[in-house]
Design a protein around this ligand. Structure first.
Ligand code: ADP
Length: 189
C-alpha cells in the first residue's frame, strides 16, 4: 500500500498517518520528522534546513527529494508506506512520480485531509502549548498556511488529474477522521 497524505499544517496528517501505518504494518515517512531529527543532530542537512523551517518556508526541493529517494529504498518500505508531508510542491510530485515509475511501484492513493484555516490556527496554537515546536508560533503558523496555499494546495488538482485523489473531511474527532480514512482505503491492497 503506497499512500500520500496531504493536507494543510494542523490537519492531523501526522497523527492519522501513524494510526494507519500501525494498522497496516508499513512505515510512516514524514519529511518533517526526518528534517527535525537532522536539525536536532546538527547534521549538515539539518543546518541548511533549520532557517527555512523556522521561517515557515519550504526546505529546498533537492534536499527533501533526496531524503525520500533514499528512504523508500529501505527494506521496511518495500511492502508500502505512508508519505506524510511529501510531496509539497509540483516539482516534488513530479520527482516522486519519476522515481516510482523507475521501480514500477506507482502511488495508489493521494489522500487529502481537508480542514478550515480558522480551525487549523486554533489546533496549531494548542499544539504549541503542549509540544513546544519552534515553528508553532502565530506568525510562523500564518506563514506555513500561506506556503501551503500557494505551493502545496495545487497538488490536489495534480492528483485529481492522476486519478488517485481521495478527499476526506479532517474535522470532527480523531476517531471519526480515522474511520473516514479507513473507509477510503478499503479495497486497496
Ligand atoms: P506541518 O505539516 O505541521 O507544517 P511538518 O512536520 O510536515 O509540519 O513540516 C515542518 C516543516 O518542515 C515545514 O514547514 C517545512 O519547512 C519542512 N518540510 C517538511 N516536509 C517538507 C517538504 N516535503 N518540502 C519542503 N519542506 C518540508
Amino acid at each position: 500500500m503506497r499512500i500520500v497524505f496531504m493536507g494543510p499544517p494542523g490537519a492531523g496528517k501526522g497523527t492519522q498517518a501513524k494510526i494507519i501505518c500501525d494498522k497496516y504494518g508499513i512505515p510512516q515517512i514524514s519529511t518533517g520528522e526526518i528534517l527535525r531529527a537532522a536539525v536536532k543532530n546538527g547534521t549538515e542537512m539539518g543546518k541548511k534546513a533549520k532557517e527555512f523551517m523556522d521561517a515557515g518556508k519550504l526546505v529546498p526541493d533537492s534536499v527533501v527529494i533526496g531524503i525520500v529517494k533514499d528512504r523508500i529504498k529501505e527494506k521496511d518500505a518495500q511492502p508500502g508506506y505512508v508519505l506524510d508531508g511529501f510531496p509539497r510542491t509540483l516539482e516534488q510530485a513530479d520527482a516522486l512520480k519519476a522515481m516510482l515509475a523507475e521501480i514500477k511501484t506507482p502511488l495508489q492513493i493521494a489522500l487529502n485531509l481537508d480542514v478550515r484555516d480558522t480551525l487549523l490556527v486554533e489546533r496549531l496554537l494548542d499544539r504549541a502549548k503542549k509540544e513546544g515546536r519552534p515553528d508553532d508560533t502565530e506568525p510562523v503558523i500564518k506563514q506555513r498556511l500561506e506556503t501551503y496555499h500557494s505551493q502545496t494546495s495545487p497538488l490536489i488538482n495534480y492528483y485529481k488529474k492522476e486519478g488517485i485523489l481521495v478527499e476526506v473531511a479532517g474535522e470532527g474527532t480523531l476517531e471519526e477522521v480515522t474511520g473516514r480514512i479507513l473507509g477510503a482505503l478499503k479495497g486497496i491492497g
